[in-house]
Design a protein around this ligand. Structure first.
Ligand code: SAM
Length: 447
């Protein structure tokens, strides 16, 4: 067991949670949760899937906070570390990755310090437009933390006009209908969402506590401090960590048992798992991506979740497809500028550029064009992107429609507002859903 704990602690992405032997798991939960809420979650392996021996080391300089034989700590260590992380973050080295790495390297960091570092780094990028950049970085980080606290306690003291002027780079206004309501949401801490096995939401809510439901039947928001990746229910596949807007994408797909689906940009498999759950393990999903390392993670996740009705395949996004199969449904969860995730990932606000938006819109249109022939007559094509720019959403959908008259827009109910008439396109805003921003469009192949 000891060795397994070490293995978990040295998983990629788990660096923030390195633990000495014997420390209560619950002690690290707040730290893990804070990081988890802000970065794309990376579940650990189930005990059955062990790491190679060389990945199992615990840092030599690990120590208990309380050990009186050690010299006193520098009380501003967390601030220095946060400053170093902010300073090292760049377009090529996103802040969440630098944070993970630095927390992994910083042996002996207490839980509170690690939580402070994480809050300081994300707080800095969230409030960066409000800071005086003539000051030293460390002072700016302190100011960002004051703004975080003030906004949490008294959001109305922040005027809409100031939020509109300072929260995002100016170019965003040309691409997105920016509203104060959206900005108010992305300036706050994001919600952690679970996707629960059908029929298990009530029981899971009872055992976990600190949950609330939402209009999506299998979604639960979790506000507790527990380390969910260590829950037996997680290892039993009773729930996944998945943003509620991503769950809405699965709902629009509405895969049925026995069907064949292609999750063309499957990444680490978040939506593959959802499709498989909808299909109750019956039928087949092709899960492809151009990043082999993501497919490797997909395989670990599917194994843990006991999802077997899939086949992983490399696809570089080109005209040569991984299979000649014609599918009942194809999901293209496309690479995008990610504006919809700017609450969880505030660093990206300052590294994304208008050129990214333009270039990605071209890629998205091309990917749609390439996957379209794989939809069988009568089958479904779903396009989704966790962004809100017009160029990557409605304009991509319009360009696809103009080039592909064999597809007809498919009206589907908005998963969050099922009473409204079904629409072929949905733009989900964080202030309406409590999740990431997301665009979803559906077509049926009629020609
Ligand atoms: C939005 S992410 C997919 C997330 C995934 N569907 C999930 O739910 O976890 C987009 C994916 O597209 C892949 N990708 C990026 N550019 C691509 C391209 N030109 N062709 C194919 N896949 C690409 C990325 O590797 C990434 O995994």
């Amino acid at each position: 067991m000891k060795e397994l704990r070490r293995a978990f602690a040295t998983m990629p992405g788990a660096g923030a949670f390195l633990r000495p032997e014997g420390r209560a798991d619950s002690a690290l939960a707040p730290v893990r949760l804070r990081v988890l809420r802000n970065v794309v979650p990376e579940p650990r392996l189930s005990p059955r899937y062990r790491l190679p021996r060389h990945r199992r080391a615990v840092p030599a300089d690990w120590r208990e906070d309380e050990d009186p034989s050690l010299p006193p700590r520098d009380p501003t260590r967390w601030l220095k570390l946060a400053t170093a992380i902010v300073g090292q973050s760049s377009r090529e080295r996103p802040a969440d990755a630098v944070l993970r790495q630095q927390l992994r390297n910083a042996g002996g960091l207490s839980n509170e310090e690690a939580a402070q570092v994480s809050q300081a780094v994300f707080g800095y990028f969230r409030w960066r437009g409000w800071l005086d950049d003539s000051l030293k970085l460390e002072s700016q980080i302190r100011s960002a933390l004051e703004l975080t606290a003030e906004f949490a306690m008294n959001p109305q003291s922040f005027r809409d006009a100031d939020l509109l002027a300072r929260t995002l780079p100016a170019w965003v206004n040309d691409c997105v209908p920016v509203s104060a309501a959206w900005l108010r949401v992305i300036q706050a801490e994001p919600t952690l969402w679970l996707r629960v096995k059908p029929g298990r939401a009530k029981a899971l809510a009872q055992v976990l506590g600190h949950t609330r439901t939402c209009p999506l039947p299998v979604a639960l928001a979790y506000a507790g401090e527990e380390d969910l990746f260590r829950r037996p229910e997680f290892h039993a596949g009773d729930f996944e960590i998945q943003d509620v807007a991503s769950q809405a994408v699965g709902m629009v797909c509405g895969a049925k048992p026995g069907e064949t689906w292609w999750d063309a940009c499957a990444g680490e498999g978040g939506k593959t798992l959802h499709l498989s759950a909808q299909m109750q393990g019956k039928g087949m999903i092709w899960a492809s991506d151009r990043a082999e390392w993501r497919l490797k993670k997909l395989k670990l996740r599917t194994a843990r979740a006991q999802c077997f009705n899939y086949r992983a395949a490399h696809w570089d996004g080109g005209a040569k497809l991984p299979t000649k199969t014609r599918f009942d449904g194809v999901l293209l969860d496309a690479p995008c500028s990610g504006l919809g995730t700017w609450q969880r990932n505030p660093h990206a606000r300052w590294t994304t550029t208008p050129d990214d938006v333009r270039e990605l819109a071209v890629v998205q249109t091309q990917l749609l064009h390439h996957v379209a022939p794989s939809v069988k007559p009568g089958g479904k094509l779903v396009y989704s992107a966790c962004t809100l720019t017009r160029a990557e959403t409605e304009e991509v959908a319009a360009a696809f429609q103009a080039a592909h008259p064999e597809f007809t827009p498919l009206p589907v109910a908005d998963p969050f507002q099922t009473h409204k008439p079904p629409q072929p396109q949905h733009c989900l805003w964080p202030q309406e859903t409590g999740g990431n921003g997301m665009f979803i469009a559906g077509w049926k192949r009629t020609g």
